[in-house]
Ligand binder design. Structure first.
Ligand SMILES: [Mg+2]
Length: 329
């Protein structure tokens, strides 16, 4: 960790080394962590290929500033785990670069406890990081393992492959609209479900691993189904046809927003962190079986076609080309 010390306003606020020791350093049961937090770098033992991914969450950009530190930790880990899931990788280790406005002990305690709890659910170990003072920003880097020949890549889809999506889509976009108070929903249970889906997405880690050797290509939905499908298609050199009538939409989303808005959010809303993947038609049964063993649903929403366009259909009738989803620039 670099020697920048985020001190709070109180003279008793902990410095960087106390923060690391008290909140982030833990004994690891992982024998492949030869050296963890405390030296200039971690030493990790690996055989085969590793998958590495990083993602930053900035206050006010990726999450609303009032979000609880416990939920924030869970979300930061989940969005990064989703990238491991999209590669079919087994997540193993992570580093944390944390920028904080001040060393608030209550915040650090809630954040770090939640982070360790979430990491434990996936048998992950925090092996290093960095601490800086500034506007609240959380960057995680995850390291996972996957045999290179079994990794789920974006570039393996072929014309004729089926397009699948796990879970339901559009929920996170609905949750965000509710949090931003763009809309009111009297159905509190449904509204809470959507907010939970935005704040604490479920990364499809075991689904990704189960799809090794079955899926021809995969990506996780971070910026919206249509945008992420367009990325997968561009990498694979094919187009796709998606039928809106087949999109898996939750009862909660329909209850709060009605059918038309739900479909719009399912197509273009980001932050769902579901897996969007393709498989040869002959693999349809294996896809459904492999995922149902994990209690994960997968819906076939269309197919890959020649060309490079992503066409939207409704019950077989052409509607339009897909609109792009969220981009930062
Ligand atoms: Mg991704």
């Amino acid at each position: 960790m670099a020697p920048e010390v985020p001190r709070g306003h109180s003279p008793s606020a902990p410095g960087e080394f106390e923060i690391i020791r008290d909140f982030f350093q833990r004994q690891s049961a992982d024998a492949d962590v030869l050296l963890g937090i405390g030296d200039d770098a971690a030493l990790l033992q690996v055989s085969g290929s590793i998958a590495v991914a990083t993602d930053t969450l900035v206050a006010g950009v990726h999450f609303l500033t009032g979000m609880s530190p416990a939920r924030l930790a869970q979300r930061a880990l989940a969005v990064n785990l989703s990238d491991m899931a999209a590669m079919g990788a087994q997540p193993r280790w992570f580093t944390l670069a944390l920028t904080l406005p001040n060393a608030d002990v209550d915040w650090l305690s809630a954040f770090s406890m939640s982070l360790h709890a979430s990491a434990g659910e996936y048998q992950m170990t925090l092996v290093g990081g960095d601490l800086t003072r500034g506007p609240l920003t959380i960057t995680l880097q995850l390291i996972g393992t996957v045999p290179a020949e079994l990794a789920l890549r974006r570039d393996g889809a072929r014309s004729g492959d089926l397009v699948f999506v796990t879970g339901t889509v559009g929920d996170a976009a609905g949750g965000l609209r509710l949090l931003q108070q763009q809309v009111e929903c009297d159905d509190r249970a449904s509204a809470n479900e959507l907010v939970d889906r935005f704040e604490c997405p479920t990364p499809r880690v075991s689904a990704g691993i189960a799809l090794r050797g079955i899926a021809s290509a995969a990506i996780d939905i971070s910026d919206g189904l249509s945008a992420d499908l367009a990325r997968l298609c561009a990498a694979s050199g094919c187009g796709a046809r998606v039928d809106m009538a087949k999109l898996p939409i939750s009862d909660a989303l329909q209850a709060c927003f009605g059918k038309d808005a739900s479909i719009e959010m399912a197509m273009t809303g980001g932050d769902d962190y579901e897996l969007l993947f393709t498989a040869a038609p002959a693999e349809r049964e294996r896809v459904i079986t492999a995922l149902s063993l994990l209690d994960v649903t997968a819906e076939c929403i269309g197919e890959c076609i020649a060309g490079n366009a992503v066409n939207i259909h409704n019950n077989g009738r052409y509607i339009s080309d897909a609109k792009p989803g969220y981009t930062h620039f």
